[in-house]
Design a protein around this ligand. Sequence first.
Ligand code: MN
Length: 227
Amino acid sequence: MIHLLAPLPYAADALEPHVDARTMTLHHDMHHAAYVKAINTVLSAAPDELKDKTPEWLMSNLSQAPLAIRAEIGHQAGGHLNHSLLWANMSPRGGGTPDGALAAAISRDFDNIETFQSKFEQAGAKHFGAGWVWLVVGPSPQLNLHILTTNEHDNPLTEGYQPLLVNDVWEHAYYLKHENRRPDYLHGWWAVVDWKAVEERFANAVSAAQNADGPRGEAAIALNAVH
Ligand code: MN
């Protein structure tokens, strides 16, 4: 398959002032575009069985890539996938708080939404160097929520977690607007988080865990209820 750069799902200035238009344009049109170009280049020299795989598959199955190109696939497929996830979990109609099953799971695992948001911000602010901060579920068939950070363009799929929500803490994501104030960027960013998209990702992850293997799925839910 040829990996393609999808257009942003909103105008470059739609998330102002939390994500400024100049940062959004550079981030999508230059940074993300470069990862898309690079994953196509690295896969052109990869074994045929890797050529038709999605970024999700590649990051979930990195160990199947030849060692000589494994790190490069991780950098470039991760750069492509992580940015695609980021654009999709932001919206000019974002903000507020989650509802339904996701809200209940956040309350179960982090006490309440405010505590979750505070811990997510702290994890992102403290992450050393370039990387990403995530809300994930798993690893399957477990359905616990966790906050993780990853280095560079690593993705939690590689460790068996399903990403639900992600923010980019590379300096290119915020420095033009927020300079060295990464905590301010993380704190203001909740205003553009599309919780409906996150709820949908959670519902899909729960459904996949339950359908993968009936008895284990049921056991995972019972186990979680103990915590
Ligand atoms: Mn980025």
